[in-house]
Design a protein around this ligand. Structure first.
Ligand code: FA5
Length: 350
């Protein structure tokens, strides 16, 4: 009987070594270890043996069974490795050490302009505030002296949530919260409120070369005793000269916004066409960039500040338009396109 065990092992080893693929190995496995296989057959043939012989022979057959299992598994793994090797040989060679011809990522032009402005205003003592994009009707309109059904709302149709909240149409939506946040320091420590708050705005409007439905603004406010239009003009001039680092033509004209009185439109001469007129400036030669004015008494009141004691200015800079002018982007839609082909033209390091 022991001889039979040895013979079976030898034939198994020989068969496996000449097996060429997984199917052949599977046939061998069934032939030796299957329900009616050769090794199982050895166990069945033990019934006529004595107990002693059964013990000895049974042990050997079980050993062979385990060994056969291991030999078959080893062969399967060898064949699998060979298959993978053959597949890899078919593939073109890839040298992972060769640098890929990919351009380095860079900051978006709007991010760069925003950071530059934040730096400028911080050096002038302004706090930089962040504010939510989803706001209430009170924040975006009512607190800014724009009651329900006021015609000024027509200019700023936006996207409404089912709960009545809305995507802010202007960064002015944060004014009320800013006044409330800083008023105690103004009253108790005489610290002027000086804050800028950049943010994304949304409007339901047709897009063209200088209008987007999603764009960035940067609001700025300053409130203290005796703040006047001179302060406003000083900060506007300072900001523009620092951003453009060259003389640019600006014009200040009256503008109506219910939350300022008086209100102004600050336009800059279009830097794309040099003031000649082009699609980027709606062929006017001027670009509306930064409306501003003296904060309306009702708006100060809504923020908990007594307008008889304090005055202030506010401005709402079109950050996306500023990025267009600074980097010579002719069409505002390129900035939101997410198209690397377009944006790669405006690749800048900080
Ligand atoms: C406002 O949004 C006022 N909240 C600004 C303000 C603040 C006035 C504080 C007074 C005091 P206006 O709708 O004009 O105003 O937008 C301000 C600036 O945002 C524009 O001058 C323009 O530069 C930019 N802007 C407005 N609409 C768009 C748009 N659809 N696409 C790109 N930029 C826009």
């Amino acid at each position: 009987m022991s001889q039979k065990v040895n013979e079976l092992k030898d034939t198994l080893v020989a068969r496996l070594s000449s097996a060429k693929d997984m199917t052949e190995v599977e046939t061998i496995r069934v032939e030796y270890l299957g329900k009616n296989g050769l090794i199982t057959g050895l166990l069945k043939g033990m019934k006529d043996l004595s107990i002693e012989e059964k013990k000895e022979f049974g042990g050997k057959v079980n050993e062979l069974k385990n060994e056969a299992g291991e030999l078959i598994l080893k062969k399967q793994e060898e064949l699998k490795a060979e298959e993978i090797k053959k597949e890899l040989e078919k593939m073109p060679e890839i040298d992972v050490s060769i640098p890929l011809d990919l351009k380095r990522g860079s900051y978006h032009p709007i991010t760069l302009v925003q950071r530059e402005l934040e730096k400028i205003f911080k050096t002038m003592g302004f706090n930089v505030e962040d504010y939510s994009e989803v706001v209430t009707d009170y924040e975006c309109f009512e607190s800014l002296n724009i009651p329900k059904h006021h015609p000024a709302r027509d200019m700023q149709d936006t996207y409404y949530l089912t709960n009545g909240q809305l995507l802010k149409s202007q960064t002015s939506a944060a004014q009320n919260a800013i006044y409330k946040k800083y008023k105690e320091a103004l009253f108790n420590e005489g610290k002027p409120i000086k804050a800028i708050f950049p943010g994304r705005c949304f409007r339901n409007e047709a897009t063209d070369a200088c209008h987007e439905n999603t764009f960035f603004q940067m609001e700025g406010v300053m409130v203290d005793k005796d703040i006047s239009i001179s302060n406003l003009i000083f900060f506007m001039k300072k900001m523009l000269s620092e951003v453009f680092k060259k003389d640019i033509k600006v014009r200040l004209r009256p503008g109506f916004f219910p939350f300022v009185e008086p209100g102004f439109e600050l336009d800059i001469s279009c830097l794309i066409c040099g003031g000649e007129g082009c699609p980027s400036c709606k062929h006017s030669g001027w670009l509306e960039l930064c409306p501003c004015g003296m904060i309306h008494p009702e708006v100060l009141k809504a923020g908990g500040i007594d307008p008889d004691e304090y005055t202030g200015f506010a401005f709402g800079l079109g950050l996306t338009r500023l990025a267009m002018m600074k980097y010579g982007v002719k069409d505002i839609r390129d900035l939101n396109s997410g198209s690397l082909k377009s944006l790669a033209q405006f690749t800048f390091d900080e």
